[in-house]
Design a binder for this molecule. Structure first.
Ligand SMILES: C[S@@+](CC[C@H](N)C(=O)[O-])C[C@H]1O[C@@H](n2cnc3c(N)ncnc32)[C@H](O)[C@@H]1O
Length: 317
């Protein structure tokens, strides 16, 4: 399947280099979060999902288990499930168990290893279900529904990955998914909700330092894949709640004046300057509905957990 412009390692490296050069040349410096996810980044993210402080995964999975039958009823039978950014695939297994006679499962993942591992896990759990893992970038979705297996599609976008995009980008992404999924589509969206700042900040700055390692892996990856010379001991992980923008921001703070070399260019950092490496926007049910509607979707049903920490929403085209 090539509907996602399946990305080979050389092409991925060239995109990674371009994005880093562009982001480190900007003021303030910023990099797209998708480059966190090489094999080591996916491994570290898996560790994050099991941390005490990281409530989103366990909260979303419990909610998915609880409302699975209602999701199945809202989605209807025979859906082709298309997951965007699958990670471990644990949530896909829960969803597929709940749905009535799913017709096929496809996952689209920027980490080729995760795409394959998820497809293999799902195939082993659901023998007879046509299953495919595709390595590629879901921010470049062709509006080409016939390239997916036939049948009404149910997009699945869990983990609040939508929150990694600013509101205009998130709207474009949801709208592109609507085109990608085609007529009669539905989309099951997992979104993290606004809550106490201390809970949010702890989730992105855990005591064991796994999230710090995940953030710093971006620089380690640049050294590994692009021959950059980041000194990992000269940058520190930071997570801060930005209430005006309703987002957690992850940064890497330069601990001294320094110059880093990458792709034949030099990038100067002053002590204290940061690279903004990720935003995680937090939603309210109303802000999520508004965003979905701006992207041309209709909110069919929305569920939250008992603490109102996380939402699952089913949207229809
Ligand atoms: C926040 S994690 C969520 C993982 C999983 N869906 C979950 O709910 O636990 C984001 C996932 O999306 C993938 N990803 C991030 N940006 C992507 C992109 N632009 N295209 C495809 N996959 C992407 C990452 O590799 C990672 O597996």
């Amino acid at each position: 399947m090539n509907q996602l412009a399946a990305m080979g390692p050389i092409v991925a490296r060239a995109h990674f280099a371009n994005d880093l050069v562009e982001g480190l040349s900007a003021t303030p410096k910023t990099t797209p979060p998708k480059w966190f996810y090489d094999a080591e980044g996916s491994r570290l993210f898996g560790e994050i999902t099991r941390l005490e402080e990281y409530y989103p995964t366990r909260t979303e999975m419990a909610l998915l288990k609880q409302v699975g039958p209602e999701i199945a009823e809202a989605a209807g039978p025979g859906r082709v499930v298309v997951e965007y950014g699958s990670g471990s695939g644990d949530k896909a297994a829960l969803l597929l168990s709940a749905l009535t006679a799913p017709a096929a499962y496809v996952c689209l993942e920027i980490d080729p290893g995760a795409a394959q591992a998820t497809a293999d896990t799902v195939a082993a759990r659901f023998p007879g279900l046509p299953t495919r893992g595709v390595a590629g970038d879901f921010t470049h979705l062709p509006q080409d529904p016939p390239a997916l297996p036939r049948g009404p599609r149910l997009g699945f976008f869990p983990g609040s990955t939508l929150g990694n995009f600013d509101p205009a980008e998130a709207q474009t992404l949801l709208s592109d998914m609507r085109g990608h999924l085609g007529a009669g589509a539905a989309l099951l969206l997992g979104a993290d909700l606004v809550k106490d700042a201390a809970v949010l900040e702890a989730a992105y700055d855990d005591a064991k330092g796994v999230t710090a390692d995940f953030n710093l892996n971006l620089l380690a990856r640049a050294n590994r894949d692009l021959g950059a010379d980041f000194d990992l001991t000269a940058f520190a992980h930071e997570a801060r709640w930005n209430p005006e923008a309703s987002r957690i921001e992850m940064h890497l703070r330069s601990l001294k004046d320094q110059t880093v070399h990458l792709a034949g260019k030099a990038f100067a950092f002053t002590a204290g300057e940061t690279i903004h490496t990720e935003s995680s926007y937090k939603f309210t049910p109303k802000s999520l509905q508004d965003l979905a509607e701006k992207a041309g979707w209709k909110l069919q049903q929305l569920w939250t957990d008992p603490k109102d920490w996380f939402a699952l929403a089913i949207l229809t085209a």
